[in-house]
Design a binder for this molecule. Structure first.
Ligand SMILES: CC(C)=CCC/C(C)=C/CC/C(C)=C/CC/C(C)=C/[C@@H]1[C@@H](COP(=O)(O)OP(=O)(O)O)[C@]1(C)CC/C=C(\C)CC/C=C(\C)CCC=C(C)C
Length: 595
């Protein structure tokens, strides 16, 4: 039938591409489309002359009754469409699987790589050179090895180039991010190819093929073809991501990296000598990602949808806040905690005192950090992007940590509960969470291509502060049990009094029924603050609106779980309510679709 080949697309390739598009649509950014379109263009231009050569030299053919008719350089329109749809499918799968990954952490160079990585990279190079040599020999010999030889001499030099450029990076990436987008479309296209060869939609001429069948009608050459072309597409995507990662990770080297960089910019980044990478910064980013992944599932998930440099800076900000909070929280005595707060305050004095001055003054700040803070916390302080953040909210955050110290002495006579009423509660939430919301927004303002008016910025900051209250109230509602175990009660004392309770009663028995009522009261307050600020998020620039909404909603979902009371029972090992992973993913997808 004249539409046999077109039917292959209608039945197999288009539905698969459609399904991937449907899943990915809310997550796709302009940059993803730019990468995919570039790869499609490259794949099209690289495959067309090669394919045309194969058809003209009778290596393969299409029965005239299986194709519609139009051809370009002898290649049927359906085949041209194959170049596009295959590249699209593999790219989409790669993008989907790489969304959660912050590529900056995998930047590496020879010195940073293990001896196993070095050996693997060399092994890959030797293997690919071997494939090129075998391919060339087969083509030269002619006859049955011709088609396999042509595949190898055409695809392996590109693969060798991308492997040599990005080999260490590819080895460092999680295996699933690289192997799955190669294997899944390859196996799928093997099945489609087997069906097409079986039906005679296309045919490989018998004089130029080895005649080895892998399974059913699937010839060895076809199996190799799909494997190497999908490998090439994925390696192309990886090269893109490595270039982008270099561009975003080193602001000193690339001060004005645009969200969607030109090919020139990308080449410059890709060909930057790896020996010149600031590996101290890369290692700091790695530590920050580990901290984020371990400590906050909500913000870790949300971080995946933020673009480029903003994502890195938010992760670094999280890491600073987390490290500072932990230093204070994990102190054994009040004086030790106070000492950390003073040191953090001195650090801010120095960092902001030297702001805008020479790199040597930055080294002075780093020296202070290295002298005064534990090794594991140093990078979080050294990499805080103080040049993009106002200092006020950071000092205020430390004031919030000081309020936590007022709980010190629990269990002895000196018990204190600083949250006496709603005003204290709001002051506390303002210090520890509104400050964080405001800091996030300053990063957003700096990194967004869309510039906002001062009026809009002020409304957004106000909304971020209110949203901070909402998140902090959810945090307190979630942690009543955990906090009570540490002798802390953040529920206002006057609320407890109205229920004939004291903070000490909560510390003694945080599971009593009245606690559930108080938790819900606090959640009502949280959702009131959320309602007051949520609509303002619609004036955020489009490139960050969805991601910020995901950050807020995935945290507020903890509150929703607590409201349904299911979360109180489905607790993590730490005794905290959690949102199941599938529900978190759904929240992210739903909100990105609506944003
Ligand atoms: C996507 C991404 C990586 C975001 C990073 C956000 C960030 C920098 C968070 C810092 C969190 C942190 C460790 C702060 C220290 C003080 C503290 C503990 C605050 C509480 C956070 C809870 O985190 P977690 O559950 O991990 O803490 P514990 O285990 O209980 O110690 C807080 C509840 C505060 C979180 C508040 C925000 C992130 C601000 C939210 C507001 C916005 C994002 C602005 C939205 C914009 C508009 C216009 C409304």
């Amino acid at each position: 039938m004249a539409y046999d080949y077109a039917l292959v697309h209608l039945k197999y390739t288009i539905p698969f591409a459609g399904l991937l598009t449907l899943i990915l649509r809310p997550l796709l950014t302009k940059l993803d489309l730019y990468k995919t379109a570039t790869l499609i263009l490259v794949a099209f231009c690289a495959t067309l002359p090669w394919d045309s050569y194969l058809i003209r030299h009778g290596v393969w053919s299409y029965p005239p009754d299986a194709i519609a008719g139009p051809r370009l350089f002898g290649v049927p329109a359906e085949e041209l469409f194959f170049f596009v749809i295959q590249t699209y499918i593999t790219s989409m799968l790669y993008i989907l699987l790489n969304k959660p990954v912050l590529h900056a952490q995998f930047i590496t160079n020879r010195d940073d790589s293990s001896s196993t990585s070095r050996r693997l990279r060399t092994l890959g190079q030797v293997f690919l050179v071997g494939c090129i040599a075998v391919g060339a020999a087969l083509v030269k010999k002619g006859g049955e090895g011709t088609y396999l030889g042509l595949i190898l001499v055409w695809a392996c030099p590109f693969t060798l180039l991308t492997w040599s450029l990005s080999g260490y990076f590819i080895i460092k990436l999680p295996l699933a991010c690289v192997a799955t987008p190669i294997i899944v479309p390859t196996v799928y296209l093997w099945i489609v190819d087997e069906l097409a060869l079986g039906r005679g939609t296309w045919a490989i001429e018998s004089g130029t093929k080895l005649g080895w069948r892998i399974w059913g009608s699937l010839e060895l050459e076809e199996a190799v073809f799909f494997l190497v072309t999908n490998t090439l597409i994925v390696f192309g995507m990886v090269a893109f991501d490595r270039g982008l990662a270099v561009l975003y990770t080193f602001p000193e080297r690339f001060p004005n990296a645009p969200q969607t960089p030109s090919p020139g910019f990308l080449f410059k980044a890709l060909f930057t000598d790896p020996a010149k990478y600031d590996m101290v910064r890369v290692k700091g980013i790695r530590e920050a990602v580990v901290t984020l992944r371990r400590k906050s599932r909500s913000f870790y998930l949300a971080s995946s949808v933020f673009p480029g440099r903003l994502r890195i800076d938010l992760v670094l900000l999280y890491s600073f806040c987390r490290v500072a909070d932990d230093l204070v929280d994990e102190s054994r005595t009040e004086s030790e905690a106070l000492e950390w707060i003073n040191k953090l305050s001195n650090y801010l004095d120095l960092a902001y005192g030297f702001e805008g001055q020479s790199p040597s003054s930055r080294r002075y700040v780093d020296a202070y950090v290295e002298r005064n803070f534990p090794k594991a916390t140093q990078s979080a302080l050294e990499l805080l992007p103080t040049n993009l953040l106002p200092k006020g909210p950071l000092y205020e955050l430390l004031e919030g940590f000081k309020m936590d110290l007022s709980f010190a002495g629990t269990g002895s006579n000196g018990v204190q509960f600083p949250i006496k009423d709603e005003t204290d509660l709001e002051t506390y939430a303002h210090r520890v969470a509104s400050t964080v919301g405001e800091l996030c927004l300053w990063l957003v303002f700096h990194h967004c291509d869309t510039k906002l008016s001062e009026d809009k910025k002020s409304s957004l900051i106000l909304a971020a502060q209110t949203m901070g209250h909402a998140l902090q109230y959810v945090n307190i509602a979630r942690d009543i049990l955990v906090d009570a175990e540490m002798g802390r009660v953040y529920l206002p004392v006057n609320w407890l009094k109205a229920e004939n309770l004291t903070p000490q009663d909560i510390v003694r028995n945080p599971k009593q029924p009245k606690v559930e009522y108080l938790r819900q009261r606090l959640l009502d307050r949280a959702f009131k603050e959320y309602d007051r600020s949520r609509d303002t998020m619609n004036i955020l620039p489009s490139e960050v609106r969805g991601p910020l909404i995901v950050a807020v909603e995935s945290y507020m979902e903890i509150g929703r779980v607590l409201r349904e009371k299911t979360g109180v029972h489905s607790k993590s090992r730490k005794g905290r309510a959690t949102v199941p992973r599938s529900r978190r993913l759904w929240v992210a997808w739903k909100n990105l679709s609506a944003a």
